[in-house]
Design a protein around this ligand. Structure first.
Ligand code: FAD
Length: 500
């Protein structure tokens, strides 16, 4: 699957920007080039050089994709793992109101396969494999941005609810390590306190606060509002985090099946009036729709979607914004819409991912708020990188764990920063001309690549290649401004992770 990296990086899908925030699942564009980085992922069968046993005790906060994949990899390496998860076991609950199916493309599939092929086979039946994406510019005009012909032999993206993904990963963990005596999972247990320097922590379960013994390593896989990150911020004056709310709000509707007038195997993006949008996806349990809007933006006589309180009014208004799917907007959809609290996604950017015994992975370390649809794959990639570094450098080369956390930050911070840049497009600093050029080039590139002309669009590289995000970002310096060199990241991380 090795294809030379593309050098001309001006073709992206920024033109699909919605509500100022592009909530873009990772299956949306044609597949084409498959760059490959040698420092990326190795499958389980290729890991014979990492066979040294790790005897670390690891506390993992958060049983999302990052935490569960890390647990699997560290347990295979010989660690003892305690996972604390604030929510209940996803296998015992129904889908939460705003649950939306994630698109797992090549990167996510590859990270999962580093555990073993069985894990991917366990996950697959809980999702819906889709190779089609349609962009509807109006009720009558639609462009096929991805078709099976674009797939070049790759597996289709899997559309799967986060809770279904986590359920399958939990099953795999318990089957393989449930009897090992090295795995403990505490659900409905929220990490409340962590001393990042010593690894001492406490968790709250109901009314009870449990003190945990100091762990050798505490992995913050606890999402955008990470408690582990807060403990690092409290302990380390040089640590910096920018958590920024994205413009726009969203709610999720679930339908028993795909609306009958839509291709039931495709993902559909409808752009509505006033910067609204609806992503409609088939899932293994029917269909779901992510509805985005800008608060305070009213279109003609229509109320803003954020103001709706009456189910009947919601049904009518949603049908007016998205006439092509009016048939699916039933009374039940109206009720779902008004009963759900609107969500706002946020981005997270940190200047280092470790301090003391604590380390950040996934959305806790870097979040794009769903923009560009790479959050899950990049979260799981962090887990694979950290587990492989620990196994090789601590287990094999007998390096100090803290030194290895620094190696992890040096490898993954540039990736997190690059993905955020690529997701949001050129910042204000780039100036209006470059931003306009970028948007025009992105739209032209996307359309031309459908005719087989030019390089594949950005989203193709993100979804269907293993090229590091930092390389893809550096190829776009003309639009974004210069991306820092590795040495600059190294010195920033060293400064940021040092206690004063
Ligand atoms: C609308 C939307 C669409 C998206 N679409 C895609 C997509 O198509 N493809 C994709 O790859 N990504 C997508 N993403 C992003 C993706 O959901 C996240 O990047 C991914 O889930 C991050 O995984 P994680 O394990 O780091 O964190 P999470 O999945 O957020 O898991 C964190 C876990 O930690 C738990 N937790 C939180 N605080 C504590 C605490 N104090 N103690 C214990 N446990 C705690 C939480 O309950 C949760 O289970 C989307 C996101 C949004 C919002």
């Amino acid at each position: 699957m090795t294809v030379p990296r593309r050098r001309r990086g001006w073709q992206c899908v920024a033109a699909l920007s919605i509500s100022g925030a592009l909530l873009l699942p990772s299956f949306v564009v044609p597949q084409g080039s498959h760059g490959h980085s040698p420092r990326l992922l190795r499958r389980a069968s290729d890991r014979s050089d990492e066979s040294s046993t790790l005897g670390l005790s690891v506390l993992i906060a958060g049983a999302g994709p990052a935490g569960l994949l890390l647990a699997d990899r560290l347990l295979s390496a010989g660690c003892s793992v305690h996972i604390v998860e604030a929510r209940q076991d996803p296998r015992s609950g129904s889908l939460e109101g705003r649950a939306y199916a994630l698109g797992l493309g090549l990167r996510a599939q590859q990270t999962i396969r580093t555990v073993d092929d069985k894990l991917w086979e366990t996950i697959k039946p809980s999702g819906f494999a889709s190779e089609r994406f349609k962009l509807h510019l109006s009720p009558k005009i639609a462009i096929d941005l991805r078709t099976p012909e674009d797939n070049n032999g790759l597996e289709p993206s899997l559309l799967i609810y986060q809770s279904d993904l986590c359920s399958a990963m939990l099953d795999h963990l318990e089957t393989n390590f449930g009897g090992s005596g090295r795995l403990r999972i505490s659900f409905q247990s929220r990490l409340k306190f962590l001393n990042a320097a010593t690894g001492a922590a406490s968790v709250q379960k109901g009314e009870q606060l449990e003190e945990l013994p100091s762990a050798d390593l505490v992995a913050g896989c606890d999402g955008v509002n990470s408690a582990v990150r807060s403990s690092i911020a409290a302990a380390c004056p040089a640590f910096e985090v920018a958590q920024t709310k994205l413009p726009g709000s969203f709610k999720v509707l679930r339908f028993p099946q795909m609306p009958s007038e839509l291709d039931p195997t495709a993902v559909h993006l409808f752009t509505g009036k006033g910067g609204t949008s609806a992503f409609i996806e088939p899932t293994a349990r029917g269909a779901c729709a992510l509805i985005n809007w800008r608060d305070g933006v009213n279109v003609q006589e229509l109320p803003s979607l954020g103001e709706l309180q009456d189910p009947e009014e919601a049904r009518e208004t949603l049908s007016s914004y998205f006439p092509a799917i009016a048939e699916a907007i039933t009374d039940d959809a109206g009720k779902q819409f008004v009963s759900q609290k609107a969500s706002q996604a946020s981005t997270v950017k940190c200047n280092t991912y470790h301090f003391g015994r604590a380390v950040l992975l996934g959305d806790a370390a870097h979040s794009t708020g769903g923009v560009s649809g790479q959050g899950c794959s990049s979260a799981m990639k962090d887990s694979v990188v950290l587990a492989e570094l620990l196994q090789r450098e601590v287990g094999g080369a007998k390096r100090d764990t803290l030194e290895v956390l620094s190696m992890y930050s040096r490898q993954q911070v540039p990736e997190g920063h690059a993905l955020l840049d690529l997701s949001l497009g050129p910042s204000e600093k780039a100036g209006p001309l470059r931003k306009a050029l970028y948007n025009a080039a992105s739209l032209a590139g996307t359309l031309l690549s459908k005719l087989g002309i030019g390089d594949p669009p950005l989203q193709t590289l993100l979804t269907t290649s293993l090229t590091p995000f930092s390389d893809i970002r550096r190829d776009r310096d003309f639009f974004f401004g210069e991306f820092p060199q590795q040495e600059e990241f190294d010195s920033m991380i060293e400064r940021a992770s040092t206690p004063s």
